[in-house]
Design a protein around this ligand. Structure first.
Ligand SMILES: NC(=O)c1ccc[n+]([C@@H]2O[C@H](COP(=O)([O-])OP(=O)(O)OC[C@H]3O[C@@H](n4cnc5c(N)ncnc54)[C@H](OP(=O)(O)O)[C@@H]3O)[C@@H](O)[C@H]2O)c1
Ligand SMILES: [Zn+2]
Length: 377
């Protein structure tokens, strides 16, 4: 289930367009910003664009700086990131620069587009069909597991950006706002209509670069069911990092927890043995800071580095029980409880039997275990 870190990168006009409708690509960024994009490209394992952008812009998608390419090679990475595109139709021009510059190329398509794409390209790129439809989760899993991609930069166009953001698969948006107007309603927009995840994104950086502004955003709204979204990973990481605040113990785990509303607002956080209470658990500490009548609790997600406990001697109610009493219906954890202090704890199973979406993301297990290394075999 691990995916690459997905970074969406785009430049838009003041009225929110990605391009105009003319035959040439509209230059929205400034020279210094193109150099920044080159730096981001040099930092990733793969760059993805939709087939529409290949047809409209005929881009090369290279790392242009020889010094950055040399640094990649010195690190044991390929000189250029893998170039990836997606197409349902298989309508790919074999003469496009995308295929004849840079390093390896990979096409994701459907059963229907597969033959046409393979015939058009004649071996210049690997062509992978993802079945009858193109499922983005399957694509990200394939990139991660089969191609070893850990960081993916997505450079558009709007069709691709919109799907990744709406499906909760973007870890970060790097957006450049350019001081000009397009004014043509037929021009492509960055984000199209449809259902976006709730709430506000978190603004993590702003930078002036000549006459454009760069903004970095992170989605914050938790997923709504058993499928994890990118924001779930961010919050779970926060929970794991909170465990570092726990006073050390030889008789209990160090755990961190965060409770997040459906719109991405943090309701509370906690960690084991917080505030001088030698036996308090992380989820218990966090939930105690929230008014039990808070109407956001039933839509909230509890993130905990260790799955909630189901039995405990130190308090009348274990954390799984406290979560159910609070009315929370979704829990995301990194680590199933080992038999160190109790046997067969199974907090995840207990919550699932009660109808809670209890999700485990084992790719964070190592991080959750870090502050507990002294308790583990
Ligand atoms: N300013 C910027 O930062 C920036 C960046 C990139 C692009 N752009 C502009 O964006 C415009 C192109 O945008 P766009 O939205 O038309 O193109 P796009 O997102 O690059 O590509 C859309 C195409 O990708 C394929 N695709 C997308 N989602 C798919 C799915 N779920 N399953 C299968 N195939 C899928 C389809 O290809 P097939 O049609 O082959 O099936 C679809 O037509 C151009 O004008 C370009 O200049 C601007
Ligand atoms: Zn507990």
């Amino acid at each position: 289930m691990p995916y690459p870190y997905v970074l969406l990168s785009a430049a838009v006009s003041l009225d929110g367009y990605l391009d105009d409708t003319g035959p040439d690509r509209l230059l929205l960024s400034s020279p210094a910003d193109f150099d920044r994009v080159d730096e981001v490209r040099a930092s990733v394992d793969a760059i993805l664009i939709g087939a529409g952008t290949i047809r409209a812009d005929n881009p090369r998608l290279l790392v242009n700086s020889p010094a950055r390419r040399a640094a990649r090679t010195a690190d044991g990475r390929p000189e250029y990131p893998l170039k990836v595109t997606v197409t349902a139709s298989g309508d790919l021009d074999p003469a496009a620069k995308f295929w004849h510059t840079g390093g390896e190329k990979l096409v994701y398509t459907t059963d229907e587009g597969c033959e046409r794409a393979a015939r058009a390209l004649g071996g210049t790129a690997d062509v992978v069909s993802l079945g009858p439809g193109l499922d983005w989760r399957a694509l990200l899993e394939h990139l991660h597991d089969v191609r070893g991609v850990r960081r993916l930069m997505v450079e558009g166009g709007g069709t691709v950006h919109t799907q990744l953001l709406q499906q909760g698969l973007a870890d970060e948006v790097q957006l450049v706002l350019a001081p000009l107007f397009v004014g043509d309603p037929a021009a492509p927009r960055l984000f199209g209509p449809g259902a976006y995840q709730g709430g506000r994104l978190r603004l993590t950086e702003t930078r002036r670069i000549e006459d454009v502004v760069l903004m970095h955003y992170e989605p914050t709204a938790p997923g709504t069911g058993p499928e994890p979204v990118a924001a779930d990973r961010h919050w779970l990481r926060t929970a794991c990092e909170l465990a570092a605040l726990c006073p050390p113990s030889r008789t209990a785990f160090s755990v961190g927890a965060v409770v997040v509303a459906a719109d991405g607002a943090e309701l509370a956080r906690g960690h084991s043995r917080e505030g001088g209470d030698a036996v308090v658990h992380a989820e218990e500490a966090a939930l105690a800071k929230i008014d039990p009548a808070d109407p956001r609790l039933p839509g909230a997600t509890v993130y905990s580095s260790l799955e909630p406990c189901t039995r405990r001697a130190s308090r009348p109610a274990p954390c799984a029980e406290l979560i159910l009493r609070a009315g929370v219906r979704r829990v995301v954890t990194a680590w199933r409880e080992p038999d160190t202090f109790v046997t067969a704890a199974d907090g995840t199973g207990v919550l699932q039997s009660a109808g809670v979406a209890a999700v485990v993301l084992p790719e964070y297990e190592a991080l959750a275990k870090e502050p507990n290394a002294h308790l583990l075999p």
